[in-house]
Design a protein around this ligand. Structure first.
Ligand SMILES: Nc1ncnc2c1ncn2[C@@H]1O[C@H](COP(=O)(O)OP(=O)(O)OP(=O)(O)O)[C@@H](O)[C@H]1O
Ligand SMILES: [Mg+2]
Length: 257
């Protein structure tokens, strides 16, 4: 049982809340948990703890802001199940129980009217969720652009927060665009070298066993050209000549003239 004063501390301090859940946050995780930004991008190494942080943040929001809808999207069902599993695990660490029905539906409903829903991302699944207080996109670099553009309006009326977390996946897509050019984001870049749980001996082994670009992508936060990109991002940018005026095709012109 948590005393009133301890509960107040947990409400005000997400680092203390994470500790209550059994996590001692790393340096960057502490910075993230102390931030009050409502537009957050995390460009992080594999296994850095980004999904764990999103589960902590989702649960904190649900518990301490009654009536909040928190939507967590991931590209595939397995990833949303994994994220939901983290949320449930933490909720149980607080000594609370979850109905089997909620578990099946990947949805956690609290007595205070808050709800955490995790969904595999497709534009169709998310239509109908409005009034979202917090929207989390896990593995955002692999989320379809259409999904991103479909979810953003959900925050319009609620004034909700948006968090995108990912390991890079090529110089393309909304995660790359927002990371490199987006406006108003609080950005966190976390390489594997900043993660105390990843030993340097393991990274040395990984470096030897995979192509360099793949290693840089997985562990060094680097947006690499993907295998199926024939033209590199730089080649396309260099080929673009802004001095050539746009030619509009008027209906009666022949394309073959
Ligand atoms: N501060 C921490 N202290 C102890 N363990 C942690 C901490 N942060 C994360 N972990 C553990 O590290 C592992 C990886 O965490 P998590 O799945 O959140 O990482 P991820 O960045 O989402 O990984 P992936 O790239 O595979 O999706 C998990 O076992 C998690 O419990
Ligand atoms: Mg993850």
């Amino acid at each position: 049982m948590v005393s009133l004063s301890e509960d107040l501390k947990l409400a005000l301090d997400r680092v203390a809340f994470a500790e209550r859940l059994g996590i001692v946050p790393d340096r960057w995780q502490q910075d993230l948990l102390r931030s009050s930004s409502d537009r957050v991008l995390l460009n992080c190494s594999r296994q850095s703890g980004k999904s764990t942080m999103s589960a902590v943040i989702a649960l904190h929001r649900a518990l301490y802001h009654p009536g909040s809808l928190i939507l967590c999207l991931a590209p595939a069902l397995r990833q949303s199940q994994e994220l939901f599993g983290k949320v449930l695990g933490f909720y149980r660490n607080l000594g609370r129980s979850v109905s089997p029905q909620g578990e099946r539906k990947l949805s956690l409903e609290l007595k205070n009217g808050s709800r955490i829903v995790t969904l595999p991302g497709s534009e169709k699944t998310i239509r109908g969720f409005s009034g979202t207080a917090l929207l989390i996109l896990d593995e955002a670099a692999r989320v379809a652009d259409e999904l991103y553009f479909a979810v953003r309006p959900m925050l319009a009326v609620s004034g909700g927060a948006l968090m995108m977390l990912s390991t890079p996946y090529g110089k393309r897509g909304v995660f790359y665009d927002e990371w490199t050019r987006g406006y108003g984001w609080d950005r966190y870049e976390v390489s594997a070298y900043q993660v105390p749980r990843i030993p340097s001996s393991f990274l040395g082994e990984e470096r030897r066993s995979m192509p360099g670009w793949w290693y840089r992508q997985e562990y060094e936060c680097s947006f690499e050209e993907t295998e199926d990109q024939i033209f590199t991002h730089e080649m396309i940018s260099a080929a673009r000549d802004d001095s050539i005026a746009e030619h509009r095709f008027e209906g009666d012109e022949s394309l073959w003239d």
